[in-house]
Write a protein that binds this ligand. Structure first.
Ligand SMILES: Cc1cc2nc3c(=O)[nH]c(=O)nc-3n(C[C@H](O)[C@H](O)[C@H](O)COP(=O)(O)OP(=O)(O)OC[C@H]3O[C@@H](n4cnc5c(N)ncnc54)[C@H](O)[C@@H]3O)c2cc1C
Length: 419
């Protein structure tokens, strides 16, 4: 492996948090010849990045905050079988996030957010390719696209209409009727009214194995990992940053915070504020020797994906607004189980259950920027539903920003938008 440090002076960087975003950032910076230390509180890849739906969702340029979602909210909040759940007792704490979410649904903000998601998505596959090549991990990725399917004709027609208005973003999609959908995925015959197919999307055989492959490559290339090492405080100085963990003190040129949902605690030590909340998601897994589906299939009305992974089908999704530290809500597992029973009763009971916290900002855009107070600390956080898809791009953009080579549009992803 040759390092590419052609136009950059190597520096010592500390990455805080070894989820998919931290791992991708650590490997990106190491590939450029930097001295990189990754500090992880637990084990790399075991946070939100462990249990996701595994989809490289490069088509997802439509933000969550938009008028159509606000119109559906009364139904989503009141229906017994809803993919959305709000823990009412946390409403006072969630209110600032929710108010900003509503503000972001104004047409001008939706346009702005689509535009910036489009910038990110346009390069996501290329940024990932560099890391997949370095980690010899291309075999973990299947490129058969992704299907967004609909149980009712009305929902399908509405989605097609929304896609027409997104045509300018350049995402590739095809509208398929029920028969065309079943031609692509025979297991869905008779189960959906239509779908939208995103042929450029891919999926990973197992998100944890991908994290593991990035970690191995990072270490094999001379990167340093300190697991079971929680960072407690950062103190920027003129010439570097002092990073204090539970056991030691380290000094680096730049610190990069990729600590997912736990970021605000560290950000507070720097005086940075952000409206980061947990959109908790759930998954079930059904073991199977041969795959039921070839590609991730989202059942839009149910709010989850069914993704074929090694030796199993993972059913992952739904949104629960709650406190990150609350225990998993058994009712959310039952919701997924009932939905799967109605779709594929032959699958029987799932073999495993999982809940994780998407670190989400109310405008569906991540923060990829330096701290509001120092250029020596950067954030790569708040990827919500898109952390796997955008991890490699986040690492590449942070590196560009450290070297003052970021594209002008990155300014819109700054932490300053929440001041
Ligand atoms: C059900 C579900 C389905 C999803 N499906 C998809 C999908 O198909 N495609 C997609 O792109 N995205 C998907 N996502 C979103 C994606 O999983 C997340 O956006 C992504 O995992 C966030 O990664 P992260 O690295 O920011 O956070 P995490 O994976 O949570 O990593 C943060 C890490 O920081 C560590 N940490 C925290 N504080 C400290 C500290 N003080 N010191 C040291 N370490 C610390 C934690 O231990 C953790 O390992 C899904 C999410 C869920 C829940």
């Amino acid at each position: 492996m040759r390092f590419d440090n052609s136009n950059k002076t190597p520096r010592h960087h500390i990455i805080i948090g070894g989820g998919i975003v931290g791992l991708a950032t650590a490997l990106t910076l190491r590939l450029s010849g930097n001295d990189v230390t990754l500090l992880e509180r637990d084990a790399p890849g075991h946070g939100a990045s462990l249990g996701n739906a595994g989809t490289f969702a490069t088509y997802a340029v439509s933000p969550l905050a938009k008028p159509s979602l606000l119109r559906q909210t009364p139904y989503l909040l009141s229906a017994r079988d809803s993919p959305f759940h709000l823990r009412w007792r946390h409403l006072p704490r969630l209110t600032p996030w929710l108010l900003r979410f509503i503000t972001e649904a104004r047409p001008a903000r939706v346009k702005h957010n689509v535009e910036h998601l489009t910038y990110l998505m346009a390069r996501a596959n290329d940024d990932w390719q560099r890391l997949l090549d370095a980690a010899d991990a291309e075999s973990l990725v299947t490129r058969l696209g992704c299907l967004y399917t609909f149980q009712t004709e009305a929902a399908w027609v509405q989605a097609v209409h929304e896609h027409d208005t997104l045509a300018w973003s350049g995402i590739h999609y095809q509208v398929l009727n029920a028969k065309q959908t079943a031609d692509l995925e025979p297991a869905l015959a008779g189960k959906v009214k239509g779908s939208i197919w995103y042929p450029d999307a891919g999926h990973v055989a197992d998100p944890l194995i991908l994290c593991e492959r990035l970690r191995q490559t990072f270490e094999a290339l001379g990167g340093t990992l300190h697991a079971s090492n929680e960072v407690q405080r950062l103190s920027p100085q003129e010439t570097g940053v002092v990073v204090n963990t539970s056991t030691e003190q380290k000094i680096c040129d730049h610190a990069i915070i990729t600590a997912g949902i736990d970021t605000p605690r560290l950000a507070n030590t720097l005086g940075d504020r952000m409206p980061l909340e947990a959109e908790r998601g759930y998954h079930l897994e059904y073991p199977m020797a041969s795959p039921l589906l070839q590609r991730p299939c989202c059942i839009a009305e149910y709010g989850f994906y069914m993704t074929p992974m090694v030796g199993r089908l993972r059913v992952a999704g739904t949104v629960e607004l709650s406190r990150a530290s609350d225990p998993a809500n058994p009712a959310r597992y039952r919701y997924l189980e009932r939905a799967m029973d109605s779709l594929f009763p032959e699958l029987g009971a799932p073999s495993s259950h999982w809940m994780g916290c998407r670190p989400s900002l109310p405008d569906t855009l991540p923060i990829i920027s330096s701290s509001a107070h120092t250029r020596r600390v950067h954030y790569g956080i708040g990827h919500g539903h898109l952390g796997l898809t955008l991890a490699a791009t986040t690492g590449a953009l942070i590196e560009a920003d450290i070297h003052n080579q970021a594209p002008p549009w990155l300014a819109a992803l700054s932490i300053d938008r929440f001041r």
